[in-house]
Design a protein around this ligand. Sequence first.
Ligand SMILES: Nc1nc2c(ncn2[C@@H]2O[C@H](COP(=O)(O)OP(=O)(O)OP(=O)(O)O)[C@@H](O)[C@H]2O)c(=O)[nH]1
Ligand SMILES: [Mg+2]
Length: 221
Amino acid sequence: MGPAAALGHLSLALGAAVAALGSLLFIAWRTYCSDGARWEPLLAAGQELDLCMRQVLVLGLDGAGKSSVLHYISSEAPKDRTAPTQGFNSVQVCAEGFQIDLLELGGSQNLRFYWNQYLRHSHVLVFVVDSADGPRLPTARQELHCLLAEDLQLPLIILANKQDKSGALSVVELHQELALDTLNSQREFFLLPTSATQAALATATSIRHVKSLLLELLARL
Ligand SMILES: Nc1nc2c(ncn2[C@@H]2O[C@H](COP(=O)(O)OP(=O)(O)OP(=O)(O)O)[C@@H](O)[C@H]2O)c(=O)[nH]1
Ligand SMILES: [Mg+2]
């Protein structure tokens, strides 16, 4: 085995170890000290008992904007800087009788291997796409369809993110690029244009729409 191949194996092994450690830390965190950001209304202590717990899985290639979208959903503000997610990133919000755990798994190639393991614990899948990253759309399409083949019913929200960028594909173009016409007819799916920027707060690309759609979908389950 050449040095390049050995390095490749080493980086894969390291990625797997980081992901496994991340999962363990997540479980420990959830068990002992869960206290994430809250969606309105804020709750008094003990009120959590009345809430329905729902998990939303947030996936997509690295750099698509998953962490930015989650930050925006929980705080209604854009994030100045985001670092690539190593392992997972979780945000908890409460709204309309639900406690919603939004769980992002990092999108780098070595972490995608673990994505499908979280599908069966989730109530909705949110798949974030960088609409301006044309060269990687085929990879996004392939990863999305692999996931969907694993679970035929999970409701799906695709976010056509970074609509503020020049050259961003429209939702119509993305519908075609992602081959959404081939999805099984029983699958409920939505394709929303988004932009995780302050300027988008008052526009049709607002992430606020994602919040209301999520609540609507979760209420139906
Ligand atoms: N212009 C623009 N930039 C965005 C938008 N959303 C995210 N970004 C930027 O894109 C970069 C990557 O965003 P992240 O949120 O870290 O991406 P991610 O999907 O979480 O990536 P991984 O954690 O590596 O899987 C950051 O520099 C963000 O500021 C958007 O809607 N518009
Ligand atoms: Mg991230």
